[in-house]
Design a protein around this ligand. Sequence first.
Ligand code: ADP
Ligand code: G6P
Length: 355
Amino acid sequence: VCKAADGQTVVIGLAADSGCGKSTFMRRLTSVFGGAASPPKGGNPDSNTLISDTTTVICLDDYHSLDRYGRKEKAVTALDPRANNFDLMYEQVKALKEGRSVEKPIYNHVTGLLDAPETIVPPKILVIEGLHPMYDERVRDLLDFSIYLDISDDVKFAWKIQRDMAERGHSLESIKASIAARKPDFDAFIDPQKQYADVVIQVLPTQLIPDDNEGKVLRVRMVMKEGVPFFEPVYLFDEGSTISWIPCGRKLTCSYPGIKFFYGPDTYYGNEVSVLEMDGQFDKLDELIYVESHLSNISTKFYGEITQQMLKHADFPGSNNGTGLFQTICGLKIRGVYERILANQKNESQVSAKV
Ligand code: ADP
Ligand code: G6P
């Protein structure tokens, strides 16, 4: 984590495998920052960039050094560092952080080729999302805050089936084969990045239904690092204690298999962390206010902001469970981190002006 100087762009890293909910997360995040993000106007229609008033989201696939044909020829996957240009990624993220525009390449997901570059001007908040935001140490050191979406194999499989089979007409066998083919590189190059993340959102099968293999009901854990500048982990009831909570009853309607929360301290890759966990799903989203009122350090600006955000995007995937809830909370926390970095920059520039 690096200390931003006056007026610098705040840089957020979001790591996950493809098809693991990054775009949904981005939509929730930019909404918290007060405006939907859209592709650059008048540019390449296949641009992967999203821009709002405050935030620019760039997709790290744009730093592929090998296009689809080059990868095929050399037999490397997109997950392999050899298919990616980390020198350019570092130079450009650094330039943006220092307030300089860059000419960023575009990886065209339709053709599999690299298109002519597009100009990216430094935003207030730069989100770099993709397979490798925390892979290269130089890029990692530029991040003010980082998130890793950790989708367990079972759940990844269920989501891929839903998307590639239902929406894209792929066969079950081909989906299984493509997941298996990615696995060694995923384990070698993507998964290890989670040790560097300030927040890891783990998505696991439910423990409320014995031997569940449907992947519909989810157990979601938000693993929050202690001691991160400008960030205080969320807690349930009493900070630092260990709590199991079943909120179902008079104030929260639950149908089978119910809802269970957990909160407590833990260690993760040798770091002190706090974990908040939700298993199960909400029946009535407006009753979420009851859960929200028992959470602290949520960086909301008014009572009920989490519930309001969740209701606003009730149609996004995961809105009735911990994925939507923790992505929303994470968005609010990132806004909190951003505002505190900004306040700190102002203080420091006032101090140096006096000196
Ligand atoms: P990415 O940007 O990482 O490729 P998306 O946000 O586009 O991922 O999500 C890809 C697909 O995965 C969605 O169309 C949906 O089918 C599934 N998905 C994503 N997030 C969730 C979720 N929280 N719950 C259920 N399915 C989800
Ligand atoms: C990953 C990358 C994409 C890449 C895809 C398929 O999901 O994020 O950039 O296009 O893998 O790679 P392929 O080599 O089959 O085109």
